[in-house]
Design a protein. Structure first.
Length: 155
């Protein structure tokens, strides 16, 4: 039973690691200028609303930013250049998502650490429950009583 649980936990951790690696290495497909503009607008924070992206907000400031994104992409600037333009203008605050990949890896690392601690705890708790402990917990008097009751039921 203990080996089965250890194997299942190891396979689950490997599968989770494979999914994370697949997500991190997946290539992005090239998109049209309209799709790029919509993606950039979804990544930038509205200066007026602050809780909404430029794509979601209907304020005049958000409309102006959406228009500026479209103009810059039409002028031949890359999405990274457009994003950098708004970061230079407003600061990193304008980005809805953190730019540092380490921030995205911290929750995954915490999840893996939690799974490892749980596996260690489960393994040590199963190891501590041996049949010798159960045999010592049952007294001779209890064994005799069970034997007598079984004999009474049989005959």
């Amino acid at each position: 039973m203990r080996r089965l649980l250890t194997t299942v936990a190891a396979v689950a951790l490997l599968a989770l690691g494979a999914l994370v690696a697949l997500q991190l290495t997946r290539p992005s497909l090239p998109s049209s200028p309209d799709e790029q503009a919509a993606q950039l607008a979804a990544e930038l924070r509205c200066p007026d609303c602050q809780a909404l992206s430029v794509a979601e907000s209907r304020t005049a400031a958000a409309e102006a930013i959406r228009q500026e994104i479209a103009e810059q992409l039409a002028a031949g600037r890359t999405p990274d250049e457009v994003r950098d333009h708004f970061v230079a203008r407003y600061g990193k605050w304008i980005l809805l998502q953190p730019a540092d990949p380490l921030i995205w890896l911290l929750p995954v690392a915490a999840l893996l650490l939690g799974a490892a601690v749980f596996g260690w705890w489960l393994r040590s708790s199963l190891r501590g429950r041996g049949t010798a402990d159960l045999e010592r917990a049952v007294s001779d008097e209890e064994r005799r009583r069970v034997r007598d009751e079984l004999e009474a039921l049989d005959g």
